[in-house]
Design a protein around this ligand. Structure first.
Ligand code: ZN
Ligand code: ZN
Length: 832
């Protein structure tokens, strides 16, 4: 009987008489591999890759894992049984499973860690999870079956239950499928600590009591109406609205009829109208229209044709378009073409550039076909979107890097805008993936195309063009024929000689700001440090306040009047007297955005000045409202960190100032030049619009630094040639693959000994490729001491996989030693 069932599954070559099959299950944990479970006979048919399986792991912890594959080969160890299969249909497609596996292999983490990152909380169940009663469900349990009813009743009383409690109520072992049904019916939801508490969004809807739904009954009421004429008016308005608009919600009824809540209450008390609380879709339902309301310029049209020619032979094309060349318009045309073919499109942006500006633009052109996905979304919004993307209802997703994990049904195109941006790389926790690179792999599974876009392409991507792996299309002219900004480099050394202390605004820049403001233009100033003063030093004894938990100087912040640590987030009261010598003799070293703001307020008291950095845009909408105010020219000068650099188009900015170029060029990192070039070039691009050439002033002391000269001439090609030469010489990417190994422990001597042991072991197998161990510049964060090793490996896919195995094995060996058991080991592949 069982065999018959099995033989119908395509995965089995029937005839042989094996009754048992096994499933490899991915558990959402940082355990190194998948685990095999026995599929009991009654679940043989239900078990499909991509479905969630309820399993016990460890002593008695339960998890909802994902079935990765099914095999009939008996494993060599005893296996536990799958308790139940939660889903009737897989919740992810085979392409997701393939992406997870690739990420786990490539970025040296477990598939479980990828799974934990990929699935929305509501799809993750474990015995630690709490099930919470959904208050808006009400108490109508008539639709529930016996078991569901029992749990719902208990939830109604206790408001929340742990999974083991649900088991007790039902006196059965496997409860996940039942919980899934209760979640689907909106009786409850999953709540995990650390995540925001669920709030279902509801609206009141007005309904006619079904008893009066017949024409006769209704006429009877209307004809016999005596008192309360206002209520009658309201009732008539309601009847009219149901005819014209269908469902009527309370707010719009009251607005359109001009009635009061009291009058509506009168009607509900008479039991003529009923109020029903309804859950509302959080994902806004705009009409699914497409209306492209612009024409491409000749240059843009040519570029679009070139992209399509490249796509006929290659899967990846880089669009190198100078700032303001109108790349977004090209993307929109390209998206239109793909969704007309019935394909889905993923449009990736760095989180910070995912602003209302770009969202509005896409919604204007594609209406409800577009869904937005980013980290500010809550869990409910995530699940709603998840389902709509999986069934193909949503055609276009605009999102930050994690949007890559969504279950696309049939993706045709992935756009990675600002492809050079380092925020595509996830730092912590695992998977430490680069969404641009993962997107290229993911697209290949669908035979889809990838369009990378940037005004300042990454060295790696540009190298792939040289090697003929990617195609290249250039947009060299700014839209509307605006000239690139003129760039002036100001020698701070000459200025500083005549002024004491660090110069914030040189006389030249100061005059230029005044000039711009006099002409009713706006100004952007860029400094890559937030806060007031990055560190203070006692002039008497040289004492510098440091964080207690980290090896970093404390930044003075004016808004809080406190010292803040930018690494662990702790804050300290501002010191008046020196802790070491007791004198009051502080010197403020260097300057952050707050100090710039203060200086500007002194210099230009009549103008409106605003600051844009992590501190000033903490709220959900603060970033967008600041951008809006600047757009509407209610702000004259905007000073900020790299937040002001990215992806924003302003019409009226004539001057951009880069206050401290040295700070950008002095990082001890092989990507420092690249990042400095990109930032300066990008921020320069904010200057000049509408037929007027903008101006950029760069303040620096190392005025002959080659990168500054490349920026001055907007010469990406010369920058690339210079940089690729460095990379080749020192065997850095794109000529090698780098893996950074980070060790952490609360005792300095332990972490150093561990790093030495690991370093020695790795050098046995790959001596030439190991650099270090060494302590990083900041060698203690959150009370953990750090050590690092850098491994530069040749680019050979097979060898790379072998070396990664060597690293993993050595991690295990190190952890096997008792004294090193608690050392945190991290491998960061393609570190940024
Ligand atoms: Zn002192
Ligand atoms: Zn700290």
């Amino acid at each position: 009987m069982v065999n018959e069932a099995i033989s119908n599954l395509p995965l089995f070559n029937s005839s042989d008489n094996k009754a048992s099959t096994w499933a490899q299950v991915i558990l959402p944990l940082a355990i190194p591999k998948t685990y095999t479970y026995t599929i009991p006979p009654h679940l043989q048919l239900k078990t499909k890759p991509g479905c969630r399986a309820e399993v016990v792991f460890g002593k008695n912890k339960k998890y909802a894992g994902i079935v990765k594959s099914i095999s009939e080969k008996k494993p060599e160890y005893e296996t536990k049984e799958i308790l139940n299969i939660i889903d009737d249909e897989p919740i992810i497609y085979p392409q997701q499973l393939a992406l997870w596996q690739w990420m786990s292999d490539y970025y040296m983490c477990s598939e479980g860690e990828v799974m934990a990152a990929a699935l929305p909380t509501h799809l993750k169940l474990s015995s630690e999870a709490t099930i919470v009663y959904n208050e808006t469900f009400g108490e109508d349990f008539s639709e529930l079956d016996n078991e569901e009813y029992l749990v719902a009743e208990a939830l109604l009383l206790k408001k929340e239950l742990k999974l083991p409690e649900v088991q007790q109520i039902l006196d059965v072992n496997h409860v996940y499928p039942l919980i899934k049904k209760l979640i689907d019916k909106h009786v409850c939801y999953v709540w995990e600590a650390f995540n925001e508490k669920y709030k279902q969004k509801t609206e009141n809807y007005v309904m006619l009591n079904p008893d009066f739904s017949s024409e006769e009954k209704l006429n009877e009421i209307l004809n016999n109406w005596t008192k309360a004429p206002k209520q009658l008016e309201l009732l008539l308005s309601y009847l009219h609205l149901t005819k014209t608009e269908g469902d009527v919600n309370q707010t719009s009824l009251l607005k359109k009829s001009g009635a009061t809540v009291a009058q509506l209450k009168g009607l509900t008390e008479k039991n003529i109208l009923l109020i029903q609380k309804r859950n509302v879709d959080r994902v806004k339902n705009l009409p699914q229209k497409i209306s492209i309301d612009f024409e491409l310029s000749v240059a843009q049209k040519t570029a679009l044709d070139e992209i399509n020619i490249i796509f006929s032979e290659k899967n990846v094309c880089l669009l190198h378009g100078v700032t303001s060349s109108g790349k977004t318009q090209l993307y929109i045309k390209q998206i239109e073409a793909y969704i007309k073919k019935g394909k889905q499109v993923l449009y990736l942006l760095p989180e910070i550039t995912l602003t209302a500006q770009i969202i509005r633009r896409l919604q204007k052109n594609f209406g409800g076909n577009v869904a937005i996905y980013h980290s500010k979304f809550n869990n409910n919004e995530r699940v709603e979107l998840w389902n709509k993307i999986k069934n193909g209802e949503v055609k276009i997703v605009l999102g930050a890097r994690s949007a890559l994990f969504l279950p696309f049904k049939d993706i045709g195109l992935i756009i990675v805008d600002e492809e050079h941006d380092s925020s595509y790389k996830q730092q912590d926790p695992a998977p430490r993936y680069n969404a641009r690179d993962a997107a290229i792999f993911y697209a290949s599974l669908f035979n889809a195309k990838v369009l990378l876009g940037s005004a300042t392409p990454s060295v790696e991507s540009y190298y792939n063009i040289e090697k003929n792996k990617y195609g290249l299309v250039e947009l060299k002219e700014r839209f509307g024929g605006i000239k690139p900004p003129e760039i002036e480099i100001i020698n701070l050394r000459e200025v500083a000689a005549s002024k004491k202390g660090k110069v914030i605004l040189s006389p030249q820049l100061n005059a230029a700001i005044g000039n711009a403001l006099a002409n009713n233009k706006q100004v952007i100033l860029f400094q890559n440090r937030r806060g007031y003063s990055p560190f203070l030093i006692c002039a008497t004894c040289g004492f510098i306040p440091h964080c207690d938990n980290c090896d970093v100087t404390l930044t003075l912040h004016k808004y809080s009047n406190k010292f803040h640590c930018h690494y662990c987030g702790s804050s300290y009261p501002k010191l008046t007297t020196c802790t070491a010598c007791g004198t009051v003799n502080w010197i403020e070293k260097n300057f952050g955005t707050e100090k710039i703001e203060e200086e500007l307020e002194n210099e230009f008291p009549a103008n409106k000045i605003a600051r844009m950095d992590m501190d000033s845009v903490r709220g959900k909408t603060a970033h967008d409202s600041l951008i809006k105010l600047f757009e509407q020219q209610k702000i004259d000068i905007l000073a900020g960190t790299q937040m002001v650099v990215k992806g924003l188009d302003f019409e009226n900015v004539s001057l951009v100032g880069i206050l401290d170029a040295d700070g950008l060029l002095s990082f001890a990192d092989f990507r420092a030049n690249e990042r400095a070039f990109q930032l300066m070039e990008q921020v320069s691009g904010r200057a000049g619009r509408k037929g007027e050439q903008g101006k950029v002033m760069i303040q620096a002391t190392k005025i002959n630094h080659p990168v500054l000269l490349f920026v001055q001439h907007h010469d990406f090609k010369r920058f690339y040639d210079f940089e690729i030469d460095n990379r080749r010489r020192f065997f850095y990417p794109p000529f090698s693959k780098v893996i950074k190994i980070i060790l952490k422990h609360k005792l300095k001597e332990v972490v150093i000994a561990a790093a030495d042991t690991l370093g020695d072991a790795l050098k046995k197998d790959m001596n030439d490729f190991v650099v270090g161990p060494a302590a990083p510049v900041v060698n203690r964060i959150r009370n953990l001491y750090l050590m690092e090793l850098l491994i530069k490996l040749p680019k050979d896919a097979y060898m790379l996989q072998q070396y990664k195995k060597v690293i993993s094995n050595n991690f295990n060996l190190l952890h096997a030693e008792k004294k090193f058991r608690r050392v945190v080991l991290i491998a960061d592949v393609d570190t940024m």
